[in-house]
Write a protein that binds this ligand. Structure first.
Ligand code: IPE
Ligand code: IPE
Ligand code: MG
Length: 240
């Protein structure tokens, strides 16, 4: 399955649904949260791999708007864990010249001290251009489109936008990160084959790659295999 990566034909933007942490832990008789902990190693090896080949945009799904439905103890763990992860890793990302961005809603119930850490990390790394790492946190594709629609409605009400002038560009301009190129490769781990509300607008024409590897076992070589598979696909965009 390992295909070589052609660096002249990289995807512009890779999205990853990091799934299977709970099952990884379950297979070892460990609590679900230790699967999340182990996922950190997978994420940072993937980031190193992305830098190694020169990928420019990587977006990872860390917490969905639906994940609030998990047991309160797991939700609380994930809030603390993500804040600690930023505390531990912000220096490393900064040194690697990675621009870190969070996409998703930042209001309640996201803890204020996590939001503060998110804002600090974004500010610290805002000038980097080597790669943008977007972390989708309290993110939902539908919420993102609802937020864009609210801004369009507000602009229309203020007289700044005529309803008959609303185009795909008007929506794109009001996404959480308007500058991000479309996702052209979307990878999901753990054998599940669904989008789970990830990047609905941005991944409209993405090539989908599903792997049975559970997220804590994922590493840069799996990223490279996914990109190798992407490079063998024939992308037609509606043409013949
Ligand atoms: C993905 O792993 C991490 C998050 C959704 C936060 P899961 O926690 O969904 O793991 P499984 O799917 O239960 O194995
Ligand atoms: C999607 O995984 C969200 C993240 C990876 C953060 P889930 O495990 O929450 O998705 P479902 O519930 O299986 O669709
Ligand atoms: Mg899951």
């Amino acid at each position: 399955m390992t295909a070589a990566v052609d660096r002249a034909n990289l995807p512009q933007h890779v999205g990853i649904i990091m799934d299977g942490n709970g099952r990884w832990a379950g297979q070892r008789g460990l609590p679900r949260n230790s699967g999340h902990e182990q996922g950190e190693t997978a994420l940072f090896d993937t980031v190193e791999g992305a830098l190694e080949i020169g990928l420019r945009w990587l977006t990872v799904y860390a917490f969905s708007t639906e994940n609030w439905k998990r047991p309160p103890s797991e939700v609380a763990f994930l809030m603390n864990f993500n804040r600690d992860l930023l505390l531990r890793r912000a220096d490393e990302l900064d040194e690697r010249r990675v621009r870190v961005r969070f996409i998703g809603r930042r209001n309640r119930p996201v803890p204020r001290r996590l939001v503060k850490m998110i804002e600090d990390t974004e500010r610290r790394t805002a000038h980097h251009r080597r790669m943008t790492l977007q972390i989708a946190f309290n993110y939902g594709g539908r919420s993102e489109l609802v937020d864009a629609a609210r801004r369009i409605a507000a602009d229309a009400a203020a007289g700044d936008l005529r309803p008959d002038k609303v185009t795909a560009k008007s929506i794109q301009a009001r996404l959480y990160e308007p500058e991000a190129p479309d996702v052209d490769l979307l990878i999901r781990t753990s054998g599940e084959q669904r989008l789970s509300n990830f990047l609905l607008w941005e991944a409209a024409y993405a090539e989908l790659v599903f792997t049975d590897v559970l997220w804590p076992d994922f590493s840069r070589s799996d990223l490279f295999s996914g990109i190798g598979e992407f490079q063998q696909r024939s992308r037609r965009f509606g043409r013949v």
